[in-house]
Design a protein around this ligand. Structure first.
Ligand code: CMC
Length: 428
């Protein structure tokens, strides 16, 4: 008998089964042979929220949640945030290796050549109500792009796939900036590719015809770092949505619209928006103790704290905290920073949070920076989406190319009624 296996005894029947172990994991389908009667369906696992189920094999992002380690393609997030750029990290995540100088120049050129969006899409953006949430606009815009690029359906053609990647990476900042300008009732600025990815984005958001307009390099770099920190995070809710929708061979725009929709929720990409609202509600340092009591009574969540994977300080939060101070050198200090720092200090000493291993996550400080840079809160999840785009795309490509992947289709435990006869409405 191989030692790299699990021996399971079914106490209902006394039968013993050997299940092979590979990569510290057992294949769930091997449990199906565990049956009482021959015509039974066989044993399944029950895992709501997939807390202990691997849905894929991946080579993109490594996280050790207990030690607070995050690596993209084996490179630590700290080194990438310090030395790389968002577009270079996107190349790394999607292609698996850091680019040579020529490869990087080509990659940047291809993406920045795809920043203009179809005028039909611009017209569509203009039809949204003045106060439309930019995340709703983004989700709709991404979905509508599939109608403009129907060849994207050829998901097994690597060349066609790469073309869509250039388009998505190039066009998302434009859509995001247009959604923002729409919200504030200002004319849209068409892209200026010479300004680089983050610089162009800031330009499209802010430019108002000034003759001496210049992108602030500190703010552009800060934004680039924030995008790097968000670029991938393995099988999170939105990435799982991207893979799940993509598993039906839907085109990448439709899959990504679903991923962006998943990101919208306050427990995921909407968390930084929720953090800012929470800090605003707390208002001042003196109100923190009573707020903490409300958290402990489970009346509210401490937004920006806790993570499904990290049971230690989120390494991204540490980097963001540093970036915050660099941004505040340029902008005014966000007064909510004092509330956040004191909230973190008190929470990290409180047994409720310590015993549950609840630490600040990436979103605890990102919103404070975004707000200091002048972004309205409802743009925060949009910024998260821009950063996460390469991760969604890399995971989608990996899924499409993985011969072991099939259409996503979980099982259920059915607990409802069976075999009832229909009762006409007048007899109920
Ligand atoms: N405030 C107060 N209590 C919390 C919090 C929180 N933010 N997060 C978890 N807990 C408690 C939870 O009530 C539970 O307590 P108990 O064991 O006594 O019932 C315990 O801690 C374990 O939490 P969980 O709900 O089992 O954890 P989860 O893995 O299901 O949820 C989470 C992870 C991120 C959804 C959750 O921590 C949360 O809702 N945090 C606030 C929202 C937030 O900041 N989200 C951003 C995540 S980072 C960005 C991203 O990747 O999307």
């Amino acid at each position: 008998m191989s030692t790299n296996s699990l021996t399971i005894t079914d106490n209902r029947t006394g039968e013993t089964y050997e299940v092979p172990i590979q990569d510290e994991t057992i294949n769930a389908i091997n449990l199906r042979k565990i049956k009482v009667q021959q015509d039974d369906f066989g044993m399944m696992t029950y895992d709501p929220g997939y807390t202990n189920t691997a849905s894929c094999k991946s080579r993109i992002t490594f996280i050790d949640g207990d030690k607070g380690i995050l690596e993209y393609r084996g490179y630590p997030i700290e080194q990438l945030a310090e030395k790389s750029s968002f577009l270079e990290v996107s190349y790394l995540i999607i292609h698996g290796e850091l680019p040579t100088a020529d490869q990087l120049a080509h990659w940047e050129q291809r993406i920045m050549r795809h920043t203009y969006i179809h005028e039909n899409l611009t017209d569509m953006l203009k039809t949204f109500r003045y106060d439309a949430h930019p995340m709703g606009i983004l989700v709709s815009a991404i979905a509508s792009m599939s109608t403009l690029h129907p060849e994207a359906k050829e998901v097994h053609n690597p060349e066609v796939r790469m073309k869509q990647i250039y388009r998505i990476m190039g066009k998302l900042p434009t859509v995001a900036a247009f959604a923002y300008r729409h919200r504030i009732g200002r004319p849209y600025n068409y892209p200026d590719s010479t300004l680089g990815y983050s610089g162009n984005f800031l330009y499209m958001l802010d430019f108002m015809g000034q003759s001496n307009y210049e992108v602030n390099p500190v703010l552009a770099r800060a934004l680039d770092i924030l995008f790097i920190l968000h670029a991938d995070h393995e099988q999170n809710c939105s990435t799982s949505a991207m893979r799940s929708i993509g598993s039906s061979e839907a085109d990448p725009y439709s899959s990504m619209a679903g991923a962006a929709a998943a990101l919208y929720g306050p427990l995921h990409g909407g968390a930084n928006e929720a953090v800012l609202r929470m800090l605003g509600e707390i208002g001042s340092v003196s109100n923190i103790p009573s707020f903490i009591e409300r958290v402990k009574k489970r009346e509210v969540l401490l937004m920006g704290f806790g993570h499904r994977v990290y049971k230690n300080y989120d390494p991204r939060a540490r980097i963001i905290k540093k970036v915050a101070y660099e941004v505040f050198e340029v902008t005014q200090k966000n007064p909510l920073l004092d509330v956040a720092i004191e909230l973190e200090r008190i929470a990290l000493e409180d047994d409720f949070f310590v015993s549950r291993k609840l630490y600040p996550n990436v979103d605890f400080y990102s919103g404070i920076i975004y707000q200091a840079m002048g972004f309205p809160v409802d743009m925060f999840p949009v910024l998260f989406a821009l950063g996460r785009a390469p991760g969604w795309l890399a995971q989608w490509v990996e899924m499409v190319d993985d011969p072991e992947q099939r259409i996503s289709r979980p099982r259920q435990i059915y607990l409802g009624e069976r075999g009832r006869d229909y009762v006409p409405v007048d007899q109920r």
